[in-house]
Design a protein around this ligand. Sequence first.
Ligand code: SF4
Length: 269
Amino acid sequence: MNITGIIFDLKRFAVHDGPGIRTTVFFKGCPLNCWWCHNPESRKLKPERIAAGSHRHCANLAIPDDPAMVGKTVSADEIIAEIEKDLAFYDESGGGVTFSGGEPLLQPDFLTDLLRRCREREIHSAVDTSGHAPWAHFEQIYPYTDLFLFDLKLIDDRLHRRYTNVGNRLIHDNLRRLHELGAAIFIRIPLIPGISDTEENLAGIRTFLDGLPNIRQVNLLPYNPIGESKYQRFHKKNRLGRLSTQPPSRLEAIRDHFSTLPCAVKIGG
Ligand code: SF4
């Protein structure tokens, strides 16, 4: 069966979405609503019509692309055909494919099928997740996933609710359970000025990670104002206002905060 799903972009030669050179497939639909989301067009779990000229599209896919739409329904066959074009780059760089979003676990059967096909082809796979999904979905994809890129945003549940629209208990439980299973996990921490890069939040995340000694890597993601212009283009309200990326000295200080963890700590993806 050639299962279908909804994506809003496919990016080749990505270098910030896991190890090596990767193809990143952006699933459409996300249960969160983060104030800092770089992809506000990704949230609805369906293709949507937007103002002409302001879209992201799937130009790499060999099927017609409507310039007034964000997102489209594609088959697993089409995605795999795109992924296979860059096999040589994956092999040379230690790369592979990353399923991102949006939240890829919102389409678990489509995701599982793609992961299974990658495994059959010995293509390294990563799943970039907010962690907010039923545990059953993680259990379903776990046997076919080589690496989880798992976001930790805010350790305080009340703040997590305020800035993402959901609490963090499910996310933390899922992370602990994946860790117990022995999954390969990179933690990704988006550093949002005054929100997630506070001393209190970073100390809380650090304490949480002390209980997860087999995490492979922590990636500290500096704030990137690239998303701000998108809110204008998509006529969506930017609740964050104008913020600046952290200066290098601040990023080094944040990295020092995590330096005693028994894993690599990197600035950037
Ligand atoms: S989890 Fe990611 S895709 Fe979803 S709203 Fe937050 S930043 Fe956007």
